[in-house]
Every structure is written in structure tokens, then in C-alpha cells.
Ligand binder design. Structure first.
Ligand code: TDX
Length: 333
């Protein structure tokens, strides 16, 4: 079986490639990645000589690149390729529209032409907007609030439309926030852990009372595998964990786990359009036999340990383009 993983050099894509190669002997994994700032072949250094693995550089929004990668005749396509950072989408939305909307369209067109067994769209809880109480189900309406979530919503709508119109074998997945190894140090958890390791303060947005739900990388990979093997074409699946926490509580947990004082918190200006809370009902996925195994404390412990052991992975990332981005991000505050 050939599995095409787009965005395989990114955080979740590379975790999923590791998972596939560990779990399945008889598999061929094609990693198709544009290698933007968030794509890093270092994430896959340990598998690059594995005969079951290959890498093709290219952009999901480029028809020629996509045509080339479909010559590998994938049985399954898992679309991890995306621009994902909300704050970057606020500063500069265009890349999000190009990759998350046009990229999804280009892949769907290629599948219309070449066919594949299943196309799994990786998406987010953010497309549903913010919810004060209760949980979003797969039927909740899309109410995106950032250029990032609007772009993801656009890609997801195209998936639905291609299934309805052309019978393209699409499954859309929406997930809560991730926690785990190889996450680029712009997202709150790796940013805070690595800042503290460097003796820097952690910038907490607004009142710190926004709520997020976190799933550990390993649990998430098993969820995608469950959907890949047992999910029904044309369906939508939410992936959650029940691990909900405010940013402030999360920050305090990180500070305590790293034996640092709460003086290291720096309250900064709130994110524009900052969603208050995300929460997903994932009972539909549970019916396929999946459940998460990591609670937040265990996930956090494993993640902090990984960042401590892999300073040589993240240190080089916190330079160059990264510093330019933070200059823009904080220039008016
Ligand atoms: O410096 C920070 N300070 C801070 O308080 C950063 C980067 C974030 N935050 C807050 C904002 C959010 O309430 O922490 C929370 C989490 O922020 P992010 O890690 O940026 O994630 P979020 O905005 O929730 O979006 C994430 O989850 C859904 C991913 O970035 C998306 O790609 C995914 O779809």
C-alpha cells in the first residue's frame, strides 16, 4: 500500500510518517513537502534511509508538482500540508489561502483525474469558531474567526463538495490542539518550554483564560490510522481528548514542571479575534474503537522531556526567519 503524506516534513506529518513506518511493515510512504519555514527534514533523519520511505519536494498548490507526485499512484492521500499558525495568518493571510484553499483544490483535482482509495483531509476545530459551553459535533456549522481557520474551512468545504459532486473518496477530520515532539516553537507549548530553557519569559495573551483541548501526537496518529482503516468515505470525524485547560493553567503547569517561578509570565496584548474556547465531541470516532491514552500531565511530561533532550533540534529554528516574524508580531506593542 502506498500512502502519500503531504506536509510530511512538518510537525504532525512527520509524527505520522514515524508512526506508519513503525506500525506497518508492508507500506510505502511518500512524503510530499514544500519545505516552508515549518517543514524540516531533520524531523525524518532517522528514517531517510528506510527503503519504504521517499521524499518529493513540491507544493500542493502547484499543478505540475502535484501531477508529478501522483505518478507514485497513492492508495491513500493524507493531507497534512497547511499553513497553520493563527498569528501568522493575522499578519499575512495570503499564504494561508494559497496552501489551505488552493492546495486542497489542486489535490482534489488530481484525485479526480488519477483516482485514489481515500483522501483524508487534516483539519481543525477552529473552523467551527468559538464555543463558551458544550462541544462542537461534526454537524456544527462553520464559523471561522481568523484568516487561518477561514482558509481551512474553505479547503474542507471543497472536500465536501468534491465528494457530493464527483464522488471523490474524501474523509474530513477536525482535531483539537496538538502536544508532542517536533512541534515548531511558535505554538504555545513548545514556545513556552523553549523560552524557559533559554531563561526567557513566556508571553501570555490577554487574560490567559482562553481554553484549549490538547491531544498527544501518538494518540492523534492512532486516530488518523483508525479513520484511514475504518472510517467511511464522505464522513466527517472529530478528534478530541477531553484534556481541556485554560492557557494560564497550562502555563502554570509548564512553569511547575520546569521548576520556574510564575514571575516568568509576561502578560501581553491579546491576539486579534482570539477564540475563547474550542471543544470537540468525538463520540463518532470512539464508535470506531479509538480512544486517547495520554492525559495532559503525561503528555506534558513526555513533551518537556523531548524538548530538553533535543535542544539541537529546536535551537537552530529560533533564528533567522523566526526572529523576523517575532519582530513583526510585537512591533506595535
Ligand atoms: O505566545 C503565545 N501566547 C499565548 O497566550 C501563543 C503562541 C499562544 N497563546 C495562546 C493563544 C491560544 O489561546 O495559547 C493558545 C494556543 O495558541 P496556539 O498554540 O497558537 O494554538 P491555537 O491558536 O489554539 O491554534 C492551534 O490549534 C488548532 C494550531 O495553531 C492550529 O494550527 C490548530 O488548527
Amino acid at each position: 500500500m502506498t500512502i502519500l503524506v503531504t506536509g510530511g516534513a512538518g510537525f504532525m506529518g512527520s509524527n505520522f510518517i514515524h508512526y506508519l513506518l513503525k506500525t506497518y511493515q508492508d507500506v510505502r510512504v511518500v512524503n510530499f513537502d514544500k519545505l516552508t519555514y515549518a517543514g524540516n527534514l531533520e524531523n525524518l533523519r532517522d528514517v531517510e534511509r528506510d527503503k519504504r520511505y521517499s521524499f518529493i519536494k513540491g507544493d500542493i498548490a502547484n499543478e505540475g508538482d502535484v501531477e508529478r507526485v501522483f505518478q507514485t499512484k497513492p492508495d491513500v492521500v493524507v493531507n497534512f500540508a497547511a499553513e497553520t499558525h493563527v498569528d501568522r495568518s493575522i499578519l499575512d493571510p495570503k499564504a494561508f489561502i494559497m496552501t489551505d484553499v488552493l492546495g486542497s483544490y489542486t489535490l482534489l483535482e488530481a484525485i479526480k483525474k488519477h483516482g485514489t482509495g481515500k483522501f483524508i483531509q487534516i483539519s481543525t476545530d477552529e473552523v467551527f469558531g468559538s464555543i463558551e459551553k458544550g462541544k462542537f459535533t461534526e454537524e456544527s456549522p462553520f464559523e471561522p474567526n481568523s484568516p487561518y481557520s477561514a482558509s481551512k474551512a474553505g479547503g474542507d468545504h471543497l472536500c465536501r463538495a468534491y465528494f457530493r459532486t464527483y464522488g471523490t473518496p474524501v474523509i474530513v477530520t477536525h482535531s483539537v490542539n496538538f502536544i508532542g515532539p517536533y512541534q515548531y516553537p511558535e505554538k504555545v507549548i513548545p514556545l513556552f518550554i523553549t523560552n524557559l530553557m533559554e531563561g526567557k519569559k513566556v508571553p501570555l495573551y490577554g487574560d490567559g483564560l482562553n481554553v484549549r483541548e490538547y491531544i498527544y501526537t501518538e494518540d492523534y496518529c492512532r486516530a488518523i490510522d483508525t479513520i484511514m482503516t475504518k472510517g467511511e468515505i464522505g464522513e466527517v470525524y472529530n478528534i478530541g481528548s477531553g484534556n481541556e485547560i485554560t492557557n494560564l493553567e497550562l502555563t502554570k503547569k509548564i512553569l511547575a514542571a520546569m521548576s520556574t517561578s510564575e514571575d516568568m509570565i509576561e502578560y501581553v496584548k491579546d491576539r486579534l479575534g482570539h477564540d475563547r474556547r474550542y471543544s470537540l465531541d468525538w463520540s463518532k470516532l470512539a464508535k470506531l474503537g479509538w480512544k486517547p491514552e495520554y492525559d495532559l500531565d503525561r503528555a506534558l511530561e513526555a513533551t518537556i522531556e523531548w524538548y530538553k533532550a533535543n535542544e539541537s533540534w529546536w535551537k537552530p529554528l529560533k533564528s533567522g526567519e523566526y526572529l523576523e516574524y517575532y519582530k513583526k508580531q510585537y512591533q506595535n506593542s
